[in-house]
Design a binder for this molecule. Structure first.
Ligand SMILES: [Zn+2]
Length: 239
């Protein structure tokens, strides 16, 4: 399974997923059709499926145009309004590309119906706007308790699991957690690395469960109340 980032808008990533064996291609969270279609065409890949993690327009805005252009089948959370949806997904459902199977887990908090797709055998998860490298999504619909539990589900995956997040927010997050945990040397080290990458305009994703357990304060706290305090502080943080 080959996974390619397609930058969109100012800081979104649409993930282009290709299975060499079957020749199938899927798109995760195409907020904008044009860059995703262009990248697939450049690689000679035909998009057969779209997988949405939640309803926000910067994740689903390209659905209809992609469906029109390619006939792709659209899957997304059953409890949310997803443009052009064919396959409603909920906890315990599966998505497939070739022989690869992704398990759907419910991760409410950023939105109430937010889902993540976990490919256990490949050690890959698409986490949308739930977990970001060294951070997490804002709580637009859910409670801090829900979001804390959702994040804990994600970091309960094996350490080497690669997490594909939907935004390039790592630098701002790194600066925030460096203040939240000034004595954490793994955070200090990663901040330097992220500064170098971003200075060169490079992507900082995917991250891994192991890295997040070491450097993401939002998953390192022990209670949802501590998580809530941290999330409130980040909401007003200007890096
Ligand atoms: Zn969102």
């Amino acid at each position: 399974m080959e996974i390619v980032p397609v930058p969109a808008f100012s800081d979104n990533y649409i993930w282009l997923v290709h299975d060499q064996a079957s020749g199938e291609t899927a798109l995760v969270d195409p907020g904008d059709a044009a860059p995703a279609l262009a990248e697939a065409e450049r690689r000679g890949w035909t998009i057969r499926q779209v997988w949405n993690t939640h309803w926000h327009p910067d994740h689903t805005g390209g659905n209809l145009r992609i469906k029109e252009a390619t006939g792709a089948r659209i899957s997304g959370p059953a409890s949310e309004t997803i443009p052009g949806v064919d396959v409603p997904l909920g906890e315990g459902d599966e998505v497939r590309i070739g022989e690869h199977v992704g398990r759907v887990i419910a991760v409410p908090g950023h939105t109430l119906g937010h889902i993540a797709l976990v490919f256990d055998a490949e050690r890959v998860a698409f986490v949308g706007d739930t977990l970001f490298a060294m951070g997490c999504g804002r709580l637009f619909e859910g409670t801090p308790e829900q979001m804390y539990e959702s994040l804990q589900r994600i970091v309960a995956l094996p350490d080497e699991t690669r997490l594909y997040c939907a935004h390039e927010y790592t630098l701002s997050n790194a600066r925030f957690v460096a203040q939240a945990e000034p004595a954490n040397s793994a955070i200090a080290e990663r901040l330097k690395q992220v500064e170098r990458l971003r200075a060169g305009g490079e992507i900082t994703l995917p991250t891994t469960v192991g890295e997040e357990r070491e450097t993401n304060s939002f998953v390192r706290v022990s209670t949802w109340q501590q998580f809530a305090e941290l999330r409130t502080a980040k909401d007003s943080f200007r890096s």
